[in-house]
Design a protein around this ligand. Structure first.
Ligand code: APR
Length: 310
């Protein structure tokens, strides 16, 4: 195919993302992992499903970054996932080392790629990827808001017994407990949910969204969510590969937008062939801005912890 995407990390999120990319026939797919045999085995399994799923995405697996050369997009899911009782922030030092190593190699072999970061803690990992790659800010994008908004949409649809397709939602801020779901900008068939649900019910859905990752970790016990995270990363990749220019909430590097500087945080952006093509600044109420400030502060704290870790 004329586009190529490498997924680094052939674990739960990475392998599921590779499957979705292939089944949507968006690009050739390369799976890469540090464990010998794992990406090769999963890619071969995907290739053997291809005649039934009807795609020519040529899935291949490798432990060598040579195989990733000249990718249009590199999706990075390498790292350790959460276990019960752990916050995303507990993953910081391990995943920062992995991210640095992965980005060095990925950037060397695909200097023009867009990096989609998935590993947690997300906003901090985006800083590592941005600094390590030296890529311009439009080509380093974190996956968080699309996932958090999808969770919010799923809960809205369950609550009102309507199709998920009728729902839209916006969740901004860092990918953690301080994320900022915006009910005013979340709708069912264009109707803001503030017109359809009581404040108490909206607060409950907002709380469930903010704890959405932990809820799944608590159920799985051996790892964290992967179907929805993979779907979210692939929606971002699709908008870039097809130059669709979708507006999606993503973690991007801000230089003054929303009043923040030198900080990755989730805001609405336009994703097209050049990666982040526009950062959209929406008006926030005082309460929303205060919540976003708190979230930004949480990201800043992780960023300074990263600095201490070297
Ligand atoms: N290079 C390449 N792959 C690596 C490296 C590395 N340096 N270090 C670890 N990996 C691989 C592991 O071998 C494993 O196959 O990353 C994969 C991670 O897969 P899982 O353990 O299944 O974790 P997953 O659920 O996919 O989550 C990955 O995404 O959502 C986030 O918080 C989550 O940070 C976690 C990441």
């Amino acid at each position: 195919m004329d586009k190529k995407v490498t997924v680094v990390g052939a674990g739960n999120v990475g392998a599921t993302a590779a499957q979705r990319l292939a089944e949507k026939e968006l690009c050739d797919v390369v799976l890469l992992d540090i464990i010998e045999g794992l990406p090769q085995g999963k890619a071969l399994d995907l290739a053997e499903a291809a005649p039934i799923e009807k795609h020519d995405a040529h899935p291949t697996g490798s432990n060598d970054y040579e195989a990733s050369a000249n990718s249009d997009i590199v999706i990075i899911t390498a790292g350790i996932p959460r276990k019960p009782g752990m916050s995303r922030d507990d993953l910081l030092s391990t995943n920062a080392k992995i991210m640095k190593n992965v980005v060095q190699e990925a950037a060397k072999h695909s200097p023009d790629a867009v990096l989609i970061i998935v590993s947690n803690p997300l906003d901090a990992m985006c800083h590592v990827a941005f600094n390590t790659s030296g890529f311009p800010k439009n080509r380093v994008i974190g996956m968080a808001g699309v996932l958090d908004s999808a969770r919010f949409r799923a809960f809205i649809a369950m609550e009102l017994n309507v199709s998920v397709e009728n729902t839209t939602a916006f969740v901004l801020g860092g990918h953690g407990d301080t994320m900022v779901p915006l009910p005013r900008y979340s709708t069912v068939a264009g109707i803001p949910i503030t017109e359809l649900l009581s404040k108490e019910r909206i607060d409950a859905l907002v709380k469930r969204t903010a704890n959405g990752g932990a809820e799944i970790v608590g159920l799985l016990k051996t790892g964290s969510a992967f179907y929805a995270p993979a779907s979210a990363a692939v929606e971002m990749a699709e908008s870039i590969l097809k130059d669709k220019k979708k507006i999606l909430p993503c973690a991007v590097y801000l230089e003054g937008e929303y009043g923040y500087n030198d900080l990755f945080i989730g805001v609405p952006v336009k994703l097209g062939g050049n990666g982040v093509e526009q950062i959209i600044e929406i008006t926030l109420t005082e309460t929303e801005k205060t919540a976003l400030d708190k979230s930004a502060q949480a990201v800043r704290e992780l960023k300074s912890l990263l600095k201490k870790l070297g």
